[in-house]
Design a protein around this ligand. Structure first.
Ligand SMILES: Cc1cc2nc3c(=O)[nH]c(=O)nc-3n(C[C@H](O)[C@H](O)[C@H](O)COP(=O)(O)OP(=O)(O)OC[C@H]3O[C@@H](n4cnc5c(N)ncnc54)[C@H](O)[C@@H]3O)c2cc1C
Length: 448
């Protein structure tokens, strides 16, 4: 009998198992495929491994600007696949090691829930006082796209040849990171997006800046796909309201989102699902069945590894008698394009010029950016009329790192004065966000 059984060893599941064990619980975890889950094997880590390689490649092509005469570099997808396998392999081993050293028992196989404290793996029945479901999500593939050869974000990492042309369906975070990678690898990339702009959850000026910077990508927005035929080449037809667009490409990649992966046995248990077809949970991550918790992508809400880990902390805390909760209002969004994009705070649609002030600062006006030959980007801060910071957006190299401290400002409901109180070292990219805050009251020194 275990105190806690965790279903799925992605970032949510393995974090919950390790934290549970650290709190003195007798813990087991069941995984049907690979330890590390989507994040380590087909998600965060593989994409960022490719992103780092293509970024270095692009820097090397640009080396002359830094006073370096480099030989013409070459980039091969096969080498990237090898590098990705080496990195994910090491991380998977590291997670296994952590589970072992924390005395978490690992079960390999598909876990089925029999009742609120009974599980089945193969022929084995296991009992547990509490269950955490962390079974993740799988790519959404609507019926019209179920044709042989169409790729999902998972299949793309098996490819060893760069497709001469690639249609990416969906201009969200994953679609844009893939557009960045494959356009740098030399594919002729088209992004087909249903909304009137890519990255529609970001500020309008962020979407506009990225669309302008990725001139080499063919963006088709407000596009409703009416037909897709495959696969030599694929032929896609879409209407954009004003016209019909026909595209042809050797490969098509579907990036229209993920849907929760509900473990077998749960549908019949009476557990309540939410609008996103995920498992409904309360603020402690407990489902409608007492003693069964759900965390991460399976809740269908914020499908991010760092949310899954936070939710693991909350669930384990509640199981062991604590009262932790999550402030989803300070949840940052990060996108590994070039430049990177990061934002935190209220939805841009909720911020209106009559009630809010906006401060901006261009990357090109920053000394540190000049030393990096980085000119494209900006910081933008929106605050209320009383000075409370509501939203921070950053488009710049390392924006994904800079946002952590911006998230703290939102989490702590800081006002502009408080945000400007600390020292901002020079020359750094953090000065761009400071100057955007100064600009809220017209006091930016370096803004042109
Ligand atoms: C291409 C891509 C890029 C991404 N980039 C980022 C990023 O940069 N940053 C970020 O924060 N997030 C990113 N994500 C999202 C991130 O990968 C997920 O949010 C995260 O993996 C969710 O963690 P999880 O533990 O809920 O589920 P998962 O990581 O999906 O793990 C669930 C695990 O449960 C197992 N499982 C399922 N059912 C059962 C069962 N019945 N029995 C046993 N095992 C089972 C699965 O095999 C899987 O290993 C990306 C996703 C994709 C697809």
């Amino acid at each position: 009998m275990y105190d806690l059984f965790v279903i799925g060893a992605g970032p949510g599941g393995y974090s919950a198992a390790i934290l549970g064990a650290k709190k003195g619980l007798r813990v087991a975890i069941g995984e049907s495929r690979h330890i590390g889950g989507t994040c380590t094997n087909w998600g965060c880590i593989p994409t960022k491994t490719y992103v780092e390689s293509v970024n270095l490649y692009q820097s090397m092509l640009n080396a002359r600007r830094f006073g370096i005469d480099a030989q013409k570099p070459t980039l091969e997808l096969q080498a990237l696949v090898k590098r990705k396998d080496r990195i994910t392999g090491r991380l998977v081993k590291g997670i296994e090691h952590l589970l072992n050293t924390n005395n978490v028992d690992i079960y390999r196989g598909n876990v089925q829930i029999i009742d609120h404290n009974k599980l089945k793996i193969g022929d084995e029945i296991i009992r547990a006082g509490t269950i955490i479901i962390a079974s993740g999500a799988k790519p959404i593939i609507p019926e019209m796209f179920r044709i042989p050869g169409i790729l999902t974000s998972k299949d793309i990492f098996e490819m060893t040849q760069v497709p001469p042309s690639l249609i990416i369906i969906g201009g969200g975070v994953i679609g844009m990171e893939m557009a960045h990678i494959f356009s740098a690898l030399g594919s002729k990339v088209s992004v087909v997006e249903l909304m009137d702009r890519i990255l529609s959850m970001e500020d309008q000026d962020v979407s506009a800046a990225i669309m302008k910077l990725y001139r080499r990508v063919n963006f088709i927005t407000s596009a409703r796909i009416t037909a897709l035929e495959g696969d030599d080449p694929f032929k896609l037809t879409a209407t954009t309201g004003t016209s019909e667009v026909c595209l042809e490409a050797e490969s098509v990649l579907l990036c229209i989102g993920m849907t929760p992966y509900i473990p077998k046995g749960l549908e019949d248990s009476g557990i309540i699902l939410n609008k996103a077809k995920g498992i409904q949970v309360d603020e402690t991550m407990q489902t409608s069945i007492p003693g069964i918790y759900a965390i991460g992508d399976v809740t269908g809400e914020h499908m991010l590894a760092y949310v899954a880990i936070k939710e693991a902390e909350v669930a384990v805390d509640h199981i062991t008698g604590g009262k932790k909760c999550i402030n989803y209002n300070s949840l940052p969004s990060i996108i590994f394009t070039s430049p990177e994009i990061a934002s935190v705070g209220k939805n841009p649609q909720e911020l209106t010029p009559d009630k809010h002030r906006t401060g901006t600062f261009p990357l090109a006006a920053l000394g540190r950016a000049r030393t990096m030959e980085a000119n494209d980007g900006f910081a933008k801060i929106v605050c209320t009329s009383s000075g409370k910071i509501e939203r921070i957006s950053i488009v710049a190299p390392h924006a994904t790192e800079l946002i952590a401290w911006a998230a703290l400002a939102i989490d702590q409901d800081l006002c502009v004065d408080e945000f400007l109180r600390p020292h901002y070292p020079h020359p750094t990219l953090s000065e761009m966000v400071k100057e955007a805050a100064d600009d809220l009251y017209g006091m930016s020194i370096h803004k042109p």
